[in-house]
Design a protein around this ligand. Structure first.
Ligand SMILES: N[C@@H](CCC(=O)N[C@@H](CS)C(=O)NCC(=O)O)C(=O)O
Length: 290
């Protein structure tokens, strides 16, 4: 591999191409193996991993439960993307795009499948009438910021994060391009949070739940190890909001679910009951299970 690259006339799949995600990247969709998904006792069945996209949904469930919506009880099953669980046949039936998170809603007459974390947040917010303003202007503002967050993930994760932290070679052009965009997005959010307590205004909404796992982790150096590089300390409003949201007990619980990295007390690999936070984080399990 070199930085000088002349693309051939027609791209072909080079299975030897290296990099951190070489074993899971494919140019085609669909299942690679038969595997049914487990189903627990709760109305919602989540198949996920504690990445920022996964955390959005577990934070939402924990917020709903904390707000008294007992119908939002959920089982969170660990689906490891590095092990290729997203290509199992059962998973692909829920998410044809083979990415975590994937969600089944069994609370109604017929099961409903959901893929895309933003769709899950909106579905749950509408279903429980929570974390989305009822007035049209407030709802529109919340949806605008929600979709803004959904659209920027590939720039921050697939762009900045990938080329700054994961790519097997440092490519100046790619790092420049995506750092520029990441800083611009941070500036957009910082400007908004300089005027309002929360992302979509004065109320805490699904826009905060979507943004916090990404921007909070970025400025606190919890993903990509790039906080110094992007001068995260300059985004004072984002830092204020990050700390503010982190103090919410539901956020603290939700960010731990399906996590497989970080301090052992912050990893609750599967969540099937509220008491699991007390008894089943990795620091509490037998060494054989960790
Ligand atoms: N837009 C999707 C993005 C989901 C996504 O990128 N998930 C990643 C982990 S954070 C994944 O499953 N990657 C596995 C793969 O690409 O094979 C969402 O928000 O749900």
């Amino acid at each position: 591999m070199s930085e000088e690259y002349t693309p051939p006339k027609v791209w072909t799949w080079n299975t030897e191409f290296g990099g951190r995600f070489a074993s899971i990247n494919r140019p085609i969709s669909g299942a690679t193996h038969e595997k049914t998904l487990p189903v627990g006792k709760h109305p919602f069945q989540l198949y996920s991993m504690g990445t920022p996209n996964g955390q959005k949904v577990t934070i939402m469930f924990e917020e709903l439960l904390a707000a008294g919506h007992s119908g939002a009880e959920y089982d969170a099953w660990l689906n490891s993307v590095m092990a290729g669980d997203q290509f199992g046949s059962g998973f692909v039936e829920v998410n044809p795009n083979s990415k975590i998170p994937a969600l089944m809603d069994y609370s109604g007459e017929k099961p409903i499948r959901l893929f895309e974390s933003g769709a899950m947040l909106l579905h749950l917010a509408d279903k429980f009438g929570a974390f989305i303003p009822k007035d049209p202007a407030g709802r529109a503002e919340t949806l605008s910021w929600l979709f803004w967050q959904m659209s920027m993930t590939p720039y921050i994760g697939g762009g900045f994060g990938h080329f700054y932290a994961y790519a097997p070679i440092k490519i100046e052009y790619a790092i420049e391009r995506f750092t520029m965009e990441t800083k611009r997005l941070l500036h957009v959010l910082d400007t908004q949070l300089g005027k309002h307590r929360y992302v979509a205004g004065d109320a805490y909404t699904i826009a905060d739940i979507a943004c916090w796992p990404w921007f909070g982790a970025l400025v606190k150096n919890e993903i990509y190890n790039g906080a110094e590089f992007i001068s995260a300390h300059e985004y004072t409003n984002v830092l204020r909001w990050t700390d503010d949201v982190a103090k919410r007990p539901a956020v603290d619980r939700g960010r731990k679910v399906n996590r497989v990295s970080g301090p052992l007390q912050d990893q609750l690999r599967e969540r099937h009951d509220a008491s699991d936070f007390e008894t089943r984080t990795q620091d509490k399990l037998e060494p054989a299970e960790s």
